[in-house]
Ligand binder design. Sequence first.
Ligand code: PLA
Length: 442
Amino acid sequence: MEATADRRIATLARHLEASSLSYSQINNTISSSPTSSNSSVFAHLARAPEDPILGVTVAFNKDSSPSKLNLGVGAYRTEEGKPLVLNVVRQAEKLLVNDSSRNKEYIPIVGLADFNKLSAKLILGANSPAIQENRVATVQCLSGTGSLRVGAEFLARHYHQRTVYITQPTWGNHPKVFALAGLAVSTYRYYDPTTRGLNFQGLLEDLGSAPSGAIVLLHACAHNPTGVDPTLAQWEQMRQLIRSKGLLPFFDSAYQGFASGSLDRDAEPVRMFVADGGECLVAQSYAKNMGLYGERVGALSIVCKAADVASRVESQLKLVIRPMYSSPPIHGASIVATILKDRNMYHQWTIELKEMAERIISMRQQLFNALKSRGTPGDWSHIIKQIGMFTFTGLNSKQVAFMTKEYHIYMTSDGRISMAGLSSRTVPHLADAIHAAVTRVV
Ligand code: PLA
């Protein structure tokens, strides 16, 4: 425990140094400003920068242009550009509201039992031997981020290897989640900007030289931000390497069903690792595939080798969760459990999910066609090849800034656009902006 505390303080100190104030400076400032004096005890605080992804929405909200377009955060929009609540979610909510036997009592630290069982089944498959053998510890967490964070905290306390390897590049929150839990973060090569595809050789080399036992974060499908996924044959090679080196796989599954439109197909890489009998962690999010963004509903599963280990793991997860937020919220998980346990509702969900995935795929084709018809210089075939919610366009930060200033199009500065935020109506505007950016800004 003491070692954990020391590590946290060291991590925090590094974090603070990076924002130009040292830990001891802050300590001094705090002690020399009593709460009774006129100046604030927080007066020393520098303004923190906005989040690189969520800050795009903040800037977008301030723009008064009628043609503004937010392609920053990965949030699904309809053809009319509106947020979508799935019909099946509305239906589940009505059932919940009309059920007078329901109450608002605290739920257990680990969350709703039904939700946990059904979530494990969703990602690992209905016939998963790991589930049948009771070797999976699942806890309900605060969406994907909370699941990653609980997993990271658990590993920092109980796992012998403290280094986690993340893809280069990755979702911007990954390094922060792991570093603040007290783990050391390293990267492995993943994306090749020249081919706009996977740097598979680099990936194998880097994982091959990782220290034995290191944690490897894997995007289960629809890699964020690149939209580049390994093929199943490549996954198999990765599995063999990871197992032979005794690395510990930690899957981030934030887009199950969003990549291909099929929940089972998108879960194949995870199932491949579970089928070999080895251990792994999986963080699941229902933000995108059930459109439950703000409900903050997700799950962390730890697949173990034996039932008694899984049960001890679960008991320790409770000690991680209780001092963080005590127990998770009830509403979102009740919606998910209602849908997953009812055959008809589950079927309806798969149809609505497929519609969302297909609309995103059709946006790829439309944007590609629009750039072709404008004769925009460059090979834009990666737009139709990439998978999931995002296209990693290859536009540089100057071109992105130009598109925001001149066309009121908002996206992250690394050139990532959320295809789910586009519609047939807005494709021409985006294509005009990209055309202007690549022909006028280098
Ligand atoms: N993991 C990955 C790979 C993600 O892309 C995201 C969300 C999450 C986890 C966490 O999602 P959740 O906590 O809401 O379940 N990424 C978004 C949003 C969609 C964000 O940055 O928070 C994105 O625009 O990248």
